[in-house]
Design a protein around this ligand. Structure first.
Ligand SMILES: [Zn+2]
Ligand SMILES: [Zn+2]
Length: 281
């Protein structure tokens, strides 16, 4: 089986552990053929933190660590050439919350691959931080309405290669015991619009396998949505572990590939300088 992991974080991401070289060496040990390092660039945290009391303080200053990651990975590509196909990526968070910053990063010529992600709605904390226990059902509905609408808006902006971890909030809603309050049928039309927009623009989605290591126990998105995307004509699909430490490189990738096949896919995609390459699965 082809080993590929297109969503990983090195210590250039404030919430990750291992240096880029340690990540690559681990991937080599595991026989990974294609590895993308996709450190965070949460665009709303582009500048340094305005005060010491703001939440997510550590994620501020993306303008420094996101560029540093790209430089380091680009340098290491030469060193590892012929041993592993190393791709220089970034996980662009909330690009529409600071479009000028997003444009600066995505226009970096060294990038092979950009994941477009949505970790927090406008004016809200990261879904990780929200207090679901205190929300009534109407707050929960409006939170998810905003999430899917803001994701759709990001897809229309179109300056990335694949949409990251669609259904991200469900990871935390499940963990905090509120998933039974969510009626996903409500979002069918918005999710169709998201897929239609991506397909129309020649962009793709990822199967993010991090959920398999968490209480949700499913990929983000899960088989139902991967199949819908395929049935609507989507053919650009990547798989990524979302590893934040070297021990998680390729975690769940075999299951992710099995889901891709179940949904109808015969190929996965990886990007070099934003051009898609297809590999048979
Ligand atoms: Zn993410
Ligand atoms: Zn990530």
């Amino acid at each position: 089986m082809m080993l590929i992991d297109l969503h990983t974080h090195s210590a250039f991401s404030p919430d990750a552990e291992d240096g880029v070289q340690a990540m690559i060496d681990e991937a080599l040990d595991r026989g990974v053929q294609v590895l993308a390092i996709t450190d965070h660039c949460d665009c709303n945290f582009w500048e340094t933190a305005p005060s010491d009391t703001v939440r997510d303080h550590e994620m501020y200053g993306a303008r420094f660590y996101a560029k540093a990651s790209i430089s380091r990975v680009d340098d290491l590509k030469k060193i590892y050439r012929g041993r592993i196909n190393l791709l220089c990526g970034t996980e662009l968070g909330q690009p529409l919350q600071n479009t000028a910053a997003a444009e600066k990063i995505v226009s970096d010529k060294r990038l092979d691959f950009t994941i477009g992600s949505h970790h927090m709605n406008r004016g809200r904390d990261d879904f990780y931080w929200l207090e679901y226990e205190k929300m009534d059902s109407s707050e929960m509905v409006s939170l998810l309405d905003d999430y899917f609408e803001e994701v759709l808006e990001m897809c229309r902006w179109d300056r990335f290669d694949v949409l990251g971890h669609l259904t991200y909030p469900l990871r935390y809603i499940t963990e905090r015991g509120r998933i039974s309050d969510v009626d996903m049928k409500r979002y069918d039309e918005l999710i169709r619009q998201i897929f239609w927009t991506l397909i129309h623009n020649g962009k793709g989605i990822e199967i993010n396998t991090s959920g398999l290591r968490q209480p949700i126990g499913k990929t983000l998105p899960d088989l139902e949505y991967v199949k819908l995307y395929y049935d609507m004509g989507g053919r650009i699909l990547t798989v990524g572990s979302d590893a934040h430490k070297k021990g998680d490189i390729c975690a769940g990738i075999a299951e992710g590939i099995a889901i891709a096949k179940q949904a109808g896919f015969t190929h996965l995609t990886y990007f070099e300088k934003h051009s898609p390459n297809y590999i048979q699965i």
